[in-house]
Design a protein around this ligand. Structure first.
Ligand code: PAF
Length: 285
């Protein structure tokens, strides 16, 4: 595995690889790799000639009071994991090179970035889209892989790729879970012991809502019951949202007879840790 820190060098390498007709698979990450990242890498590795990943904690997608400074970082550990996962190139640019003096441009995917996490993290998805587009322009992948746990990010990235006519296929990877159901995330390390023990409740509440929707298509009841489960737990400090939405458009899911898949997604706080997760109810034909 080769680690590249220079943007120009990364561009040169990927141009050459493309010239040789190699298929480049790309997994963008902010590091502190976990099983979710590794399963994306495994999928990407199988479908590509060259496996590229990036590790870059992107300052643009963190709000002023968010955890940019304390976000977990361990490049040595990540490099070992990436090597083991068959990564060919690890791109790890310095922040100052990605956002040089005078940097002004941001990419915005309107409306989709105003709901769910976007409502509670203003500017977050502009930051994500800007860095993802920059990484796409540098790495020039044929395919890029994103986890379904960050469902809104996946939908917004797909929209950006389609709207801007990028020749990149966006491929979704399944959410990887701990044995007790908690979705794996780099931020899980922030959880204190008792918070960690109670954290699987988020997934349980999503499963409960899904059960109700599948049984009687009563979306309001599903939301009410799941919210109550969360409110009843003393470790849930705040519920940012618990939403049922059309899984493609992210419009509120109103029609109980809908043919489209329904996304049930939530964000909650346990102490200082924000947890997000989601589940899909398949639409009825
Ligand atoms: O999902 C993430 O880790 C980040 O949002 C991404 C896609 C690497 C952009 O910084």
């Amino acid at each position: 595995m080769e680690t590249i820190t220079s943007i120009n060098q990364a561009k040169k390498i990927t141009e050459e690889l493309r010239h040789q007709g190699k298929i480049i698979g790309f997994v963008p990450t902010m590091g502190y790799l976990h099983q979710g990242h590794l399963s994306l890498m495994e999928k990407a590795g199988k479908q590509s000639d060259i496996l590229f990943i990036s590790i870059f904690v992107n300052p643009l997608q963190f709000g002023p009071s968010e955890d940019f400074k304390k976000y977990p970082r361990d490049l040595n550990r990540d490099s070992e994991l990436a090597k083991g996962a068959g990564v060919d190139y690890l791109f790890n640019p310095p922040s100052g090179d990605m956002y040089g003096p005078g940097f002004k441009t941001t990419v915005s995917v309107r409306d989709l970035d105003q709901v769910m996490c976007g409502k509670y993290r203003p500017g977050h998805f502009n930051g994500v889209c800007t860095v993802v587009l920059k990484l796409f322009n540098i790495i020039k992948p044929h395919r890029a892989y994103f986890g379904q746990k960050d469902y809104q990010q996946l939908i917004i990235t797909k929209r950006m790729v389609s709207d801007l006519n990028l020749d990149i296929e966006i491929i979704a990877g399944k959410t990887v879970r701990e044995e007790d159901g908690l979705a794996v995330s780099s931020r899980n390390v922030y959880l204190e012991r008792q918070q960690r023990a109670n954290a699987p409740l988020l997934y349980k509440s999503l499963k409960e809502a899904k059960k109700i929707v599948e049984k009687n298509r009563d979306l309001e009841l599903a939301r009410k019951m799941a919210m109550q489960m969360l409110k009843d737990n003393e470790f849930v400090e705040k519920i940012d949202y618990f939403d049922l939405r059309d899984a493609e458009t992210l419009e509120p899911a109103l029609d109980t007879g809908t043919k489209n898949d329904i996304l049930i997604a939530a964000a909650i706080w346990m102490g200082k840790t924000r947890l997000i997760d989601n589940i899909i109810v398949r639409g009825k034909d």
